[in-house]
Design a binder for this molecule. Structure first.
Ligand SMILES: *Cc1c(COP(=O)(O)O)cnc(C)c1O
Length: 399
């Protein structure tokens, strides 16, 4: 369903001006080997059928597309549908990609997996597939995040992974990613690096997008079956941008009638601390790609802030910068308190506690549905469940 003229990335891994491979020479071969193997795997029917089998029987796909009637009534306007990625094994969309990349690692005969994690969701997804495939697993995590996300650290350890604390910089996701890239440079032969979002050097943004595209493929079929037509609006939250890219990709050919809206974290507000890289960032290079970054006048990368650890990243996937430039997707923001309120509304009307990340898209959905006609259709990607956020939710809502 892609528009005829859309074929990003190009041969050099660029999405328009963005993306690319800004990496030291020692990583060039790794990235090239990965790209070559990915192209082979993509056209190999046995790879495809194994991936589909595990998505079905292990992850629990297809996830439902659920018409949230009480939520729609409370918003007062369009019919709201929820794509239930929160029902995936391990509680979020991240497993779709971790599984795909672990299958690639196995094809390449790599026995050691490394990953970075912020909130711990990608670390847990990676530790999970490593247990499944009997692979050694090392997860880099900032010391600050280890403190904030204790339950996920315990889950990774229980799954047999080694969690390696990162003490450099702000001791969060950005630093953990830098550390994982360093490890990959030092152990190029035996190690496979599983990146958790559509970020980093080519070919990762393309690979992660393709593995997550199952979300949009299912959604498109489901809405046609359930409502008899395509939706008017599709929305998803944007951290690195993998759940949004996976949801939007299949609708890129429909943007004459389907509006695609990504929602970033406005944190404490756009004048204060936030994570709105597409809204307020400027072009710069981070983790191997040219993308939009939060940076100061000297080009130093600034610390991001969001109530949801999964959106707390100063960069964004390069393809989103391209979508934005082409006008295929529009990007907006929701603050910490708007996300919390939306999470509470969803819980009270539908009995679903979503992740704080997903709650940013939920805020936009409620606001937008209210000004749409009754026969309008809006789809929200519910990227994950809220169990991991209970400590924050209890504190913020005074429960
Ligand atoms: C990690 C995470 C996100 C943000 O990552 P994207 O790559 O932007 O999708 C969003 N929602 C949940 C539940 C997450 O765990």
């Amino acid at each position: 369903m892609l528009p005829k003229d859309y074929s990003a990335p190009d041969a050099t891994g660029h999405f328009g001006l963005f993306g690319g491979k800004f990496i030291p020479e020692t990583l060039i071969k790794n990235a090239a080997d990965l790209e070559a193997e990915y192209h082979k795997a993509k056209t190999d029917p046995s790879f495809k059928s194994e991936f589909e089998r595990l998505l079905r029987d292990y992850v629990g796909r297809p996830t439902p597309l659920y018409h949230a009637e009480r939520l729609s009534r409370s918003a007062g306007g369009a019919r709201i549908f929820l794509k239930r990625e929160d029902l995936c094994h391990t509680g979020a969309h991240k497993i779709n990609n971790a599984l795909g990349q672990a299958l690639l690692a196995r094809r390449m005969g790599k026995k050691r997996i490394i990953a970075e994690t912020g909130a711990g969701q990608h670390g847990v997804a990676t530790a999970t597939v490593c247990a499944l495939f009997d692979l050694e697993c090392v997860v880099y995590m900032g010391e600050e995040d280890i403190r904030r996300q204790a339950p996920n650290v315990a889950r990774m350890k229980l799954l047999g992974a080694t969690v390696r604390p990162v003490t450099s910089g702000s001791r969060t996701l950005k630093d953990a990613t830098s550390e994982a890239i360093r490890d990959w440079m030092n152990n190029p032969e035996e190690t496979f690096y599983i990146i958790g979002s559509v970020v980093g050097m080519h070919p990762y943004p393309m690979i992660v997008r393709d593995f997550q595209a199952v979300i949009g493929k299912e959604t498109r079929e489901q809405i046609i079956r359930q409502a008899g037509r395509l939706p008017d609006v599709v929305t998803a939250c944007v951290g690195g941008g993998s759940n949004a890219a996976g949801m939007f990709y299949e609708f890129l050919g429909d943007t004459a009638t389907v509006e695609l809206v990504g929602v970033e974290a406005a944190g404490e507000g756009l004048e204060g601390k936030h994570a709105a890289s597409l809204t307020l960032g400027k072009p710069g290079v981070l983790h191997g790609a040219l993308t939009k970054l939060l940076q100061d006048e000297d080009g130093q990368v600034q610390e991001a802030h969001s109530i949801s650890a999964g959106l707390d990243y100063p960069g964004v996937g390069p393809e989103h910068c391209y979508f934005q430039e082409l006008g295929l997707v529009t990007y907006t923001c929701a603050t910490d308190s708007e996300a919390l309120f939306a999470l509470k509304t969803l819980a009270e009307t539908e009995g679903i506690i979503c992740a704080l990340e997903s709650a940013h898209a939920m805020h936009y959905a409620l606001k937008r549905a209210a000004i749409m006609p009754d026969d309008g259709i809006l789809i929200v990607n519910l990227s994950g469940r809220g169990d991991k956020d209970m400590e924050t939710i209890i504190r913020e809502l005074g429960l």
